[in-house]
Design a protein. Structure first.
Length: 522
């Protein structure tokens, strides 16, 4: 069977990319697998792609390649205007995606993001099985985007979510669509599992408000008061770094709580912990929970609406506590800390239970779904297939296109109003924040560059409170405290397609606070 994945940017770093790469590598042992990446911003993917998987970039955004293409500056006509990444797509991406969909000989085409699923539903190969994947959550999308998904998704052959709860939400919104819940996969770690004897609690993730690392610090204050010999190690980068440090200073926990930054391989760090802790207020799945369990430590996690409850078996291989419950989070950790036998028993159950997320097991579930869909399509009479194809074309030409026109008109009016009011301020701020004119890049002269004003408009005219209203997280203060090698400022992110707040730790790499993309300094 020929299977093709359509992904936003396989050269970046996030959970969706890692999941797709893992699944493609596992399927490549039995099928012919391809990955089409809409964008390419670096030479090689950061996650190792199996050599048996054929990788095809559609648009190369590296300097000197297709950045000056005449279609790259024209707004997309096919990409959903209600999607947050609309500004990253253009007529060029429209042309490349539709051309790839028309030319692919795949038996199954799998989209990996809502906007790509919409394009797959509208322009996907007539004779191929079309499957959409949801790596986030339906309720997490904007209402306008959900309305567009409701118009287009029924023309997919199936939808795959990562949790049962999200699958139920899709079935409630689109009763006629086939929906399956298949978890993400995590390969077996290359290190020995934790023996549970260390006195370390490990927490991993992007340091963002939704991950609630400040809640973990507050809870650990109670843990450290009773068991000062234990430590909390927090791994990651993000805009909430200053806020977390303030909580550490407030509780005087500098000897017990350590901000470890980013590590290339987290398997060894998970294995050093005796307990894993998660304080998130929301999750789409919870890859870090599975990664922790695969390395041995039991997990204490908040019971988010989606994710953790599908992974952790409460009181068997971990604990689920109410969201925002500082006391409950601390009490669960203390229960494991003070009971060596229970901790080691839960660690064993966690390690054994996490095997159900092995790539081989997850790939087998996908293969079962694909086999059923292929059989159903082959049993369908040819004239029924033709009617369905014409119906899809007519439906999208009328309903979807009309809704898109309204959304794009509203977007242009909104941006025009903001631009006329904010242009003088943006000119000053673009100069202060270091935007460079293309003709001045060689000399390094800092001058306004209006090429970036449109993409920076939303973020610069309405700065996020988490960036500016926390004294500890204020960029100006952080820049003063950083050395020449380490800095924080606004830079243009190729992955986001806009100017975002970025951080460099002095190791030659820059991290975007919005998407978490890590790239080399230029």
């Amino acid at each position: 069977m020929k299977i093709a994945f359509l992904i936003h940017n396989v050269y970046g770093i996030n959970g969706t990319i890692r999941t797709v790469v893992n699944l493609a590598g596992e399927l490549a042992g039995r099928h012919e697998v391809k990955i089409a990446s809409v964008f390419r911003h670096r030479a090689c993917p950061r996650f190792g792609v199996d050599s048996r998987v054929r990788l095809t970039p559609l648009v190369d955004t590296r300097p000197g390649h297709e950045t000056d293409h005449p279609l790259a500056g024209k707004s997309s006509r096919m990409f959903p205007a209600s999607e947050g990444r609309y500004s990253q797509y253009s007529r060029l991406t429209d042309e490349r995606i539709t051309a790839w969909l028309a030319s692919t000989d795949a038996d199954v085409v799998i989209g990996t993001r809502p906007e790509l699923n919409v394009m797959l539903a509208r322009y996907g190969p007539r004779n191929a099985i079309r499957i959409g994947q949801e790596h986030l959550t339906l309720d997490g999308h904007r209402s306008a985007l959900r309305a567009q998904l409701r118009r287009c998704y029924p023309f997919l052959d199936a939808m795959v979510t990562v949790t049962d709860a999200d699958a139920a939400a899709y079935r409630a919104l689109m009763p006629s669509m086939r929906v399956a819940a298949i978890h993400n996969s995590v390969p077996q770690p290359q290190v020995a599992p934790s023996d549970g004897t260390s006195r370390v609690v490990v927490a991993v993730g992007r340091l963002a408000p939704g991950k609630r690392f400040d809640l973990l610090v507050d809870a650990f204050a109670k843990v450290a008061a009773e068991r000062p010999d234990w430590q909390l190690r927090i791994y990651g980068r993000g805009p909430h770094l200053g806020v977390i440090q303030v909580r550490i200073d407030y509780h005087s926990l500098n000897e017990n709580v350590h901000l470890m930054g980013m590590h290339a391989s987290m398997e060894a760090e998970w294995a050093k912990g005796a307990i894993a802790a998660v304080g998130s207020s929301s999750e789409s799945f919870g890859m870090t929970i599975v990664e922790a369990m695969r390395c041995g430590p039991p997990v204490v996690s908040t019971d988010c609406p989606l994710g953790p409850r599908d992974i952790i078996r409460h009181r068997q291989d971990g604990f689920l506590v109410p969201v925002g419950g500082t006391e409950a989070l601390a009490d669960a950790q203390l229960r494991l800390i003070n009971d060596d036998r229970t901790r080691k028993q839960m660690a064993r159950f966690a390690w054994e239970g996490a095997c159900r997320f092995d790539p081989g097991t997850i790939a087998a579930r996908h293969e079962t779904l694909l086999g059923n869909l292929v059989q159903a399509q082959q049993a369908l009479p040819g004239h029924i297939k033709a009617v369905r194809y014409r119906l899809r074309a007519a439906h999208t030409a009328v309903s979807y296109t009309a809704a898109e026109s309204l959304l794009k008109t509203a977007r242009r009016a909104k941006h025009s109003a903001h631009a006329s009011a904010a242009e003088p301020s943006l000119r000053r701020r673009s100069h202060r924040m270091g935007f460079r004119n293309e003709n001045a890049q060689q000399s390094g002269v800092l001058v306004p560059s209006y090429r970036y004003l449109a993409s920076a408009l939303a973020s610069l005219t309405r700065p996020s409170k988490r960036h500016w209203n926390q004294e500890s997280a204020c960029p100006n203060r952080m820049m003063k405290e950083q050395s020449e090698e380490s800095w924080c400022r606004y830079l243009y992110c190729e992955n986001c397609g806009r100017t975002e707040y970025a951080e460099s730790s002095g190791d030659g790499q820059v991290t975007c606070f919005r998407c978490g993309e890590v790239d080399e300094e230029r």
